[in-house]
Design a binder for this molecule. Structure first.
Ligand code: GTR
Length: 332
């Protein structure tokens, strides 16, 4: 038998064994939790949950497994969150922004220019706001937040022209996530908002239904939006954290011991995702630049920040919300 044929046979055999092992492992799971993500394989959030899944499977000796469905296979973000509330899906990794219409407190995390920088955001999410206030708020809506990931900062991109000042936004049409805060944010900037699911943005820009959208570098890159929107203005108006949340119904079915393992695995996945995020953010910026995107960095953010005052006035109304925002702003 020739060397090449033998090698091929060995490879085939190895693949077959791996598949058999995979099937055996899957069969050995008493519970398999289905987890949704809008992003593709390899994206930091997807890899974060996969890391968590590996830990959970090992530490529960296969009693609990997590199967990650990337690329919106289980549906668009808003729908998958609702399905998670009802226990149709067990877990979802999504932006805080997509929880706004369900968990009122989530809107506060969607306020423009709330966080000073990424360290500030980490401190808030890893401190009492993230670990107590928001946990209670989510649990009241049948969701158990387990981890907060980095989602960088979001900036405007479009197919029409380089945006160098707030005046350049006037009358332009941008896609925003499906939540009123973002619609009002665009209004305050003098532009028009079109709320729509993430999966529809590419063709909407391509066909001219909208002029552009807003997101971080990794989403701008991996969604392909950079192919159709060649101007990216780094105004960083939003820094919205990412959440890994479990369905309360699925959570309550786990034993206290397995709940503790899942919680710890989620926490352990946080630094993994945040490290991958920092790398991906740089890599995606380089990639879109190399693909011909014009990046505008040296803009004066002050008029953008000042324009957001009415948005704060509209959303930070109750004494409770005012206290939360103050606590966030006072976090040093
Ligand atoms: C991304 C985020 C996604 C999704 C998307 C969007 O930055 O990671 O979960 O919310 O933005 O704009 O819809």
């Amino acid at each position: 038998m020739g060397g090449t044929t033998l090698k091929t046979l060995n490879t085939l055999l190895a693949a077959l064994l791996a598949t058999a092992a995979g099937v055996a492992a899957a069969q050995a799971c008493d519970v398999t939790l289905r987890s949704s993500d809008t992003h593709p394989d390899g994206y930091p959030t997807v890899e974060g949950v996969k890391f968590m899944a590996k830990q959970v499977e090992e530490k529960t000796n296969g009693r609990v497994c997590i199967e990650v469905f990337p690329s919106s296979q289980l549906g668009e973000e808003k729908d998958t969150i609702e399905q998670t509330q009802f226990g149709v899906i067990d877990m979802v990794r999504a932006s805080f922004g997509s929880f706004n219409n369900i968990v009122p407190e989530a809107q506060l995390l969607s306020l423009p220019y709330l966080f000073r920088d990424v360290e500030h955001m980490y401190k808030v999410m890893d401190g009492p706001i993230g670990q107590e206030t928001l946990v209670k708020a989510f649990e009241a809506h049948d969701l158990v937040p387990l981890a907060y990931y980095d989602g960088g900062s979001r900036s405007f991109y479009n197919s029409q022209k380089p945006i160098k000042s707030i005046d350049d936004l006037k009358g332009m049409k941008f896609r925003v996530m499906q939540s009123d805060v973002f619609v009002d944010m665009m209004g305050a900037l003098g532009a028009n908002a079109t709320p729509m699911p993430y999966g529809e943005v590419y063709s909407a820009i391509q066909t001219g239904v909208i002029d552009g959208a807003e997101n971080n570098y990794p989403s701008f890159d991996t969604s392909g939006h950079a192919e159709v929107a060649k101007y990216y203005t780094q105004d960083q108006h939003l820094m919205v954290p990412e959440v890994v949340a479990m369905s309360k119904l699925s959570w309550d079915k786990l034993s206290p011991e397995d709940q503790a393992i899942v919680r710890q695995a989620a926490l352990d996945s946080v630094p993994v995702e945040r490290k991958l995020w920092a790398e991906q953010e740089k890599a995606s910026e380089e990639k879109v630049k190399a693909a011909g995107v014009e990046i505008i960095k040296d803009i004066d953010k002050t008029p953008f920040i000042e324009a957001m005052v009415p948005v704060y006035e509209k959303y930070v109304t109750t004494p409770e919300f005012k206290a939360i925002v103050k606590q966030i702003q006072d976090t040093k």
